[in-house]
Ligand binder design. Sequence first.
Ligand SMILES: [Mn+2]
Length: 368
Amino acid sequence: MDKIRILHTADMHLGASVSNFDYEKNNIRKIEIEQTAMLIFDKCTDVDVVLLAGDIFDSGNCSERIAEMIIQKVCNLKNVHFFLACGNHDPYNSTIIRYIRKNAPDNFHVFTPDFQYITLEQLGVRVYGASFESNYCEKSLVDVKIPCDSEYINLLCIHCELTENGKSIYNPVSLSKIELLGFDYAALGHVHSFSGIKRTGTLTYAYPGVHEPNGFDECGKKGYLSGFVSKGFADLTFINCAKREYVDDYIDISDIITLSSLVRAVSEKVTDANIFRYTFTGLNRIGADINCDFISSYANCFYISLVDASYIEEDFASLCDDISLKGLCAREIVNKLENAGPDEKKNILKAGRMLFNILEGKEDGVDY
Ligand SMILES: [Mn+2]
C-alpha cells in the first residue's frame, strides 16, 4: 500500500480533575473532556493506524470506567490498529495500563519500555515506539541501534521532549537522530499545544496537543491530527474538536468613558460556549472602582473572569510638597508629564503608579 490513513492524538489526560469553576461546571467540563475523547475514537472508523502518544490517562490510578469506554471503542473497530506509547502520567507499570494490557483486544498494542516495532505486513507499515516505565525517564527511549527498513512506511509513536542535548527528565529525543533512522512520521506526545505539522528532510513530525483544554495555560484551538502518510511524505490536518476554548486576553479601556460601554465592550467579545479571562489595561476614565463582578454578570458565556489592571490619572502634583522620596518622585513625574505627548503621558502615569506601588509596599499585580 503506498499510503495509509492515520489518526494521531495525545495528552487527553482523562480522569484529570477540573477545578477552575463551580461544582456544576467542573462536572460539565469533566464529562465534556471524556465525551470529546470518545468522539475521537468514533472518528477512527476509516483509519488504518491510530497513534496514541501518551498521557491518555491523567494518572496511573485513573478509573477503570474510562479504560472500559476506550476498550469498548477499540473492540468495535477490529480492523483498526491502535498503538499506545505510555507517557509520564500513565506509565507502563501503572494500574490503569496494566488493566488496559489485560483487557484490551489484540488490535490495541501497548508499547513496552523497551524500544520495539510492530510490522503490519498487509499495510506495508512498521510502527515503532516505547513507553515510559515510570513517571520520569532521563534516558532516551528511542534505540538508535534499530534503524527503519525503507521497504516499509515507518511510524514512530512516542511521548517525549525533543532536545538535541540529551537532557530531559521526560524522555529526551533527538530530532536529527530520528530523522536519520528513517522515520516517515513521528507521532509525538507531551507538549499540550499543537506544534504545527513540521518537517525536516523526509521526516514529518507533530505534537497534536490536548484534545480539550483544562486551564488558561491551554488557550486556543484544541484537537487531533488526521490524514495520510506515505514514504517520505505526510498529509495531515489538525482537527479542532474541543467543545470549548479558553481565551485569555487584554482590553485596553483608555477610550471607554462609561461603565455601560465597558459592559458592552466585554459582552461583545464573549461567545456563549467559551471560557474567558480579560484583563483591563490602560487609563481608567470611568471611575476609581471598576466592579468586575457587576460587569461579568452581563457577559453571556460559560465562564468569565475579569481582572482590573487599569490605572487612574493620579494627582501627583498634590504630592510634590512632600519632603520625602515620594515627594521627589512626584516632582519628577509632574515635570515629565508637563513635557509629554498624550501617548507618552499614559506611560508616565503608568510608570508613576508602579513606582508609587513599590514605595507604598503594594504589589504591582499584572504586568501589561
Ligand atoms: Mn507528559
